[in-house]
Write a protein that binds this ligand. Structure first.
Ligand code: G3P
Ligand code: MG
Length: 244
């Protein structure tokens, strides 16, 4: 039989750091999450043109930075000059961080991390491989990062290249057999959009043996209802209110 792996998942996970409180996918955002008592964060990982793994949600730089254009067409040296904190004008500017920097910060507080692999189209396997290289080179704690993706090709690459690293099956497809899809990829967790579900469905899903992570839950009463129904964790922009 398979050994049970301790994923170290607490009930509250910070979304893109703590997106409602601080700039998403930044070092200051992760520090804000940790300052709220969060000990586990979700972030989005993407490749620069020259293959550096950075934190970035979108395919372009436009929304979250003062730059513009496709991340996949921009070298790291240029991205490093940009401000990823523009949504919070009172804060000091800071560049989009590398995954290396983020894993070091998370380990400095003894925290955990869900690395969502968010490849630009066509770079699904390459992004997964680069994320795994960074994890291998940087991560020293016994509880391993959880790798997740909406992209089947990325999850397949993770399974092939790093079968020991836990994988989360991300879906926002209503009516899909999430458990069957996750199991077909050898995934360790189900990471589902909460709006597809009611709390009454939670017991049936966790009966699969897969921990259930729900995103993006920003209302305390919704968080309470899903956690009471047995959800393993909720991923939230607002750990300050959802923790309360
Ligand atoms: O990983 C959970 C959640 O972050 C997935 O959606 O668009 O916020 O990356 P998104
Ligand atoms: Mg994400």
């Amino acid at each position: 039989g398979r050994l049970m792996v301790d994923l170290g998942l607490p009930p509250i996970i910070g979304h893109r750091g703590a997106r409602g409180l601080a700039p998403e996918n930044t070092l200051s955002g992760l520090k804000a999450a940790f300052g709220q008592g969060v000990r586990y964060v979700e972030i989005d990982a993407k490749l620069t043109q020259d293959g550096v793994v950075i934190l970035m949600h979108d395919e372009t730089l436009d929304r979250t930075t003062n730059g513009s254009g496709a991340v996949a067409e921009t070298p790291y040296a240029l991205i490093h000059t940009l401000n990823a904190a523009k949504a919070f004008p009172d804060l000091a500017p800071e560049p989009p961080p590398t995954l290396v920097e983020v894993l070091e910060l998370v380990q400095s507080v003894g925290g955990g991390i869900n690395i969502e692999i968010k490849p630009c189209p066509g770079r699904e396997r390459e992004t997964a491989a680069a994320v795994i290289d960074v994890v291998r080179a940087t991560w020293r704690q016994p509880i391993l990062p959880l790798l997740s993706s909406f992209q089947r090709a990325s999850l397949e690459a993770c399974r092939d290249l790093a079968p020991d690293l836990p994988r989360g099956y991300l879906s926002e497809i209503e009516g899909e057999d999430w458990v069957a899809e996750a199991k077909s990829l050898g995934c360790t967790t189900l990471n589902l959009g909460w709006k597809m579900l009611t709390p009454a469905q939670v017991p049936g899903l966790i009966a699969s043996g897969l921990p259930l992570l729900l995103w993006t839950v920003n209302e305390p009463e919704v968080a309470r209802a899903f956690l009471a129904a047995g959800a393993t964790a909720i991923i939230t922009d607002r750990p300050d209110i959802v923790c309360a």
